[in-house]
Design a protein around this ligand. Sequence first.
Ligand SMILES: Nc1ncnc2c1ncn2[C@@H]1O[C@H](COP(=O)(O)OP(=O)(O)OP(=O)(O)O)[C@@H](O)[C@H]1O
Ligand SMILES: [Mg+2]
Length: 302
Amino acid sequence: MNTNRILKEKNQINIVLHDAKASNLKSVKKLENSPLNVIDHYFQSFVGLHTIKKRLKEIYAVKLINDERQKNGLPAEKQVLHMIFKGNPGTGKTTVARKIASLFYDLNILTKGHFIEAERADLVGEYIGQTALKTRNLIQRALGGVLFIDEAYSLARGGEKDFGREAIDTLVKHMEDYKNDFILILAGYPNEMDYFLEMNPGLASRFPFIHTFDDYTIEELVSIAENFLHDRQYRLTNEAKWKLKHHLRKQLLRKEPHFANARYVRNIVEKAIRAQSVRLVNAGKFAYNDLIYIDVDDLDID
Ligand SMILES: Nc1ncnc2c1ncn2[C@@H]1O[C@H](COP(=O)(O)OP(=O)(O)OP(=O)(O)O)[C@@H](O)[C@H]1O
Ligand SMILES: [Mg+2]
């Protein structure tokens, strides 16, 4: 087979399977227009997240190639896309999972693209037989979309006799039965998730995507603040930016176990917007630049 063949779709999607001999210029040009760039576009207001974007591009590439294989009468297996998200508070697990639901709908990977967020109480019942039913119903509702179970380890909380065990078993059974019809995402903090997976051997191997959301660096946190402000047409003065950076550096050095990453920064910035409003009202300053700039004094941080 000629691996340099250009596959053309009616809707102008070009995919190049380039080999080593392919002209550099040509492949660079194709990469720029690559349909996979839709992933970057989708996540453009997000900072970092390089690995997850890479994974999503792989999934989309496989989907596109499978479509082409089918057109050529070749076998094309549907992908199993269940995922585990490990990460500290505020690293983007819930936000990314929600985005994946709508992205995969737009890319024709999911038929409905709805997002169901569940926790222990949504799966685990109070008497015998109720748990399997509750969990099954939840999965039925999730078909065509994403079922996101936060703090998944809480299912294993009560030990052997707890109904959480039944929920895990029901999940395992149905994630196989409906493996191509919905995406199950289990999320939680890294240590607890690792322990949970260790305690439930055989579980990890059913999730083709196990992704760790790293803590954000100071630069990334500052960019998250700036993006958040930029989206709302605000800006930090240089002094304010310096103060924020300095504060975050101190904060990260403290290594607090529950530091809330992007959520922490978002809270600071939302508070600063309120402080700016009060300052401007009190001073009667309503010029264009006054309305845009967040000043050093608007940041209630040390
Ligand atoms: N990479 C990012 N760029 C911009 N904003 C981000 C990014 N990651 C997270 N955020 C923002 O930070 C906030 C917290 O994110 P999210 O709730 O997804 O974190 P989480 O990992 O689910 O946290 P928790 O474990 O506490 O549930 C959200 O407002 C989200 O939009
Ligand atoms: Mg969350």
